[in-house]
Design a protein around this ligand. Structure first.
Ligand code: DON
Length: 428
């Protein structure tokens, strides 16, 4: 049997292909010459499987899609404090090249607009780096996200630098506010080189999948950035990634995203997939026309909106029954699925409502595949309180889903592989 996903992608490309509205970016002559008919889409799963259709190995420049990744590098290299002091996180509701600076501090509103991205570029790597070393840090970092060594398209870079008056104006403004502390021209040159890194839709999907996979590249296994940085970057992508179309995007598509004027568009769905599309014709916001249509389809066809409400936590308690007889009987609360706060709250309530008369109580985790930190702490507190109430508490955990369970002061749990073990020990 053939996989259904490439067929779905081919069908989606066919549906958007007739739309030839929009224009390739005109303000960079090299980009204006791009083949406007190119069209591709890729899904990369968080375990590294890549599905694609159309032009997925055609190289084009990354442009503004480099911005979230360079922001991530700056956060990783300098820490949150210095980066937030230089760049805010408020949506500007304006075009990507608007001079959106806070009136008092001169701080750019967010790292997705050019003013913030130019600042973020200057904060990548350590403060001691010279401009060429900083560019190398950025290219090396983008390459780690992609899982292969990327290179710069010198022709596109030179073409943009010839017309970079607006970015130079922005950089001089930033320098006048001391947000940039280096030569503005060198920083714009470095930022333009960053935008001129060549990628394919396949690379972009893998870069997005690295964000979706908690900062770990699904193919190389490298932890490129830490989780707090991933959360910061995805939040800014969701609120600011599509510039003055960010609100429409957040409501209609609902996937943290970033576009680039060469026609690339990425989306990262936490814990699920990285998505990339490529089609050079742009709308008035500088976002790929067919890329936006594809993302709208993907989101509605597959329910990918991040605000999609998950199934009720009620299902966490699979059964609540008694095993064994007489004084050896055990109350078994059998749990299932992934347990977060809401699921753990159901377990707390179930235990309280049951007020188990049996001396032994077993929390059976055999069918649980994940427990997040708050749920783990809540279940251990349930165990501690049950112990204090005089119960013998068992954790049925054959796969050590909850390693080293320590319920704390006055609590005690006995970890067992199955309920039989508890019944046998009680019968002895
Ligand atoms: O700063 C610029 O103008 C470009 N090199 C990048 C702009 C861009 O990709 C905007 N996004 N859609």
């Amino acid at each position: 049997m053939r996989s259904i996903i490439p067929d779905y992608l081919t069908e989606a490309l066919g549906a958007v292909a007739p739309d030839n509205s929009g224009e390739p970016a005109g303000y960079i002559p090299e980009l204006a010459a791009a083949d406007p008919e190119r069209l591709g889409a890729v899904f990369a799963t968080v375990d590294g499987r890549v599905y694609g259709a159309g032009d997925i190995d055609t190289e084009f420049t990354i442009q503004s899609i480099s911005k979230p990744f360079t922001y991530a590098l700056a956060l990783a290299d300098r820490g949150f404090g210095p980066v937030l002091a230089g760049v805010g996180v408020e949506p500007s509701g304006e075009a990507f090249n608007e001079i959106s600076l806070e009136s008092d501090t001169g701080r750019p509103l967010n790292p997705m607009i050019n003013a913030g991205a130019i600042t973020a570029h200057s904060l990548a790597g350590s403060a001691e780096l010279n401009p060429a070393e900083r560019v190398e840090r950025v290219v090396q970092g983008l390459s780690a996200f992609a899982g292969r060594r990327l290179k710069i398209d010198e022709a596109v870079c030179a073409s943009e630098m010839e017309h970079a008056h607006r970015n130079l104006a922005i950089a001089h403004m930033l320098r006048s506010h001391n947000i940039l502390t280096e030569d503005p021209r060198a920083v714009v040159d470095g930022y333009t080189r960053q935008c001129s890194v060549l990628v394919t839709a396949r690379d972009l999907a893998m870069m997005a999948a690295t964000l979706a996979n908690r900062g770990v590249n699904p193919l190389s296994g490298e932890q490129v950035i830490r989780e707090p940085v991933v959360r910061q970057v995805l939040s800014v992508m969701l609120t600011c990634g599509m510039y003055d179309a960010a609100g429409d995007w957040a409501t209609q598509v609902g996937i943290p995203a970033k576009s680039g004027v060469a026609g690339g568009l990425i989306g990262a769905l936490p814990g699920q997939i990285g998505i990339a599309t490529f089609s050079p014709r742009l709308d008035s916001h500088g976002n790929s026309v067919r890329g936006v249509s594809l993302f709208e389809r993907f989101s509605s066809d597959m329910g990918l909106h991040v605000m999609e409400v998950p199934a009720a936590a009620r299902a966490v308690v699979r059964s609540n029954h008694v095993a064994g007889h007489g004084s050896d009987a055990i109350r078994v609360i059998q749990l299932q699925g992934g347990i977060g706060f809401a699921g753990a709250e159901r377990v707390v309530r179930e235990t309280l409502d049951t007020a188990p008369p049996e001396a032994g109580v077993a929390l059976d985790l055999t069918m649980v595949y994940s427990i997040d930190d708050v749920a783990r702490r809540m279940l251990l507190e349930v165990a501690r309180r049950l112990t204090l109430d005089g119960h013998e508490v068992y954790l049925v955990d054959p796969e050590s889903i909850m390693p080293d369970p320590d319920p704390g002061d006055g609590g005690r749990v006995t970890v067992i592989g199955d309920v039989e073990q508890a019944l046998n020990s009680r019968a002895r």
